[in-house]
Design a protein around this ligand. Structure first.
Ligand SMILES: Nc1ncnc2c1ncn2[C@@H]1O[C@H](COP(=O)(O)OP(=O)(O)OP(=O)(O)O)[C@@H](O)[C@H]1O
Ligand SMILES: [Mg+2]
Length: 295
């Protein structure tokens, strides 16, 4: 892309959801080694603040001193080569790494200012506030209705069946699945197509009114039509939720996110407005990855 095309792309880029506040030192553009995150890790209106996060699996240092804010009502995309630590970092935000025996997390993570590692914090509540959608759709072996009703039921969110029915319908509507399943609510969730199953999982995540939704390659098993539906849905969901998405598709990151974070071997190499990352990367490692030189 020549300079004027790059400038045009930048002018045409949508404004970031949040304003950039603090600049961190950057290495020269040509530098290939990691020498500290390039770009602005903070935002004005953060939903999640993470500082100096390290993750170890036994001796393996999988996330190295990463600091990153996620703004309210923002979609942040996390990209990088396989094994660079995207899923590991994402799982820090709802303490899903606690479920892995060898895994140890250090550093500070705050949700609305509250330390999520606080001993008094109820992890079940945290995971209701910070929901997760996985790469492979994983409906429970229950009916479509029960898949969505399960969370609200265990969290005692509704008073009676009518209220629960309403919440199930609303969640399926928000996930763009209601019209396709309203006449087969008693059939198993596992009987839906892959794309429908993924939207069912999104409905299940939404049903407990989360504040943040973590998505780990949510479209990697889906065809382009199902992918487009999920991407459209993410854009709608952003009005009410904060979303972090891990994706191997740079087109997807460019389409759905306002900010992009590029990871490489456990380091957060660069973060910035998505339009800048894809048209004008500042670090050589980022440039190599987005131009397909490795990864
Ligand atoms: N449960 C685990 N036990 C031991 N090591 C792990 C575990 N999970 C991940 N790792 C290691 O931590 C590093 C980061 O893995 P992670 O799954 O976060 O990468 P990723 O960026 O999500 O990769 P991919 O794009 O392939 O999903 C890798 O070296 C991986 O082998
Ligand atoms: Mg992963």
């Amino acid at each position: 892309m020549n300079i004027s095309a790059m400038q045009q792309a930048r002018v045409a880029a949508p404004a970031a959801a949040t304003t950039i506040k603090m600049h961190t030192p950057e290495p020269s553009f040509q530098e290939r080694e990691f020498a500290g995150t390039v770009g602005t890790v903070t935002v004005d209106n953060p939903k999640i603040v993470s500082r100096n996060v390290n993750v170890y699996y036994g001796d393996k240092h999988a996330i190295k001193n990463v600091s990153l804010d996620v703004g309210a009502n923002e979609i942040v995309a996390m990209i990088g080569p396989s094994g660079c630590g995207k899923s590991t970092f994402l799982r820090c935000f709802n303490r899903m790494n606690d479920t892995i025996d060898s895994c140890r997390v250090t550093g500070e993570i705050r949700l609305d200012g509250e330390d999520i590692h606080n001993q008094k914090l109820d992890v079940v509540q945290l995971r209701a506030r910070v929901g997760m959608v996985f790469q492979k759709p994983n409906p429970f072996p229950k009916s479509i209705y029960e898949n969505v009703a399960y969370g609200p039921r265990i969290h005692g969110m509704t008073k009676n069946r009518a209220e629960l029915d309403e919440l199930v319908q609303l969640s399926l509507e928000k996930a763009g699945l209601w019209e396709e399943v309203k006449d087969r609510m008693d059939q198993p969730g596992t009987g839906l197509s892959g794309g429908q199953q993924q939207r069912l999982c999104i409905a299940r995540a939404i049903a407990v009114s989360p504040e943040v939704i973590l998505m780990d390659e949510p479209c990697s098993a889906l065809d382009p039509i199902a992918t487009a539906k999920i991407e459209e849905l993410m854009d709608e969901l952003r009005a009410n939720y904060t979303i972090c998405i891990v994706t191997h598709s740079m087109q997807q990151a460019a389409r759905v996110s306002q900010r992009t974070a590029y990871f490489h071997m456990g380091d957060l190499v660069e973060v910035g407005e998505t339009s800048d990352i894809f048209t004008n990367p500042r670090h050589k490692l980022t440039e190599d990855y987005i131009t397909g030189r490795f990864g």
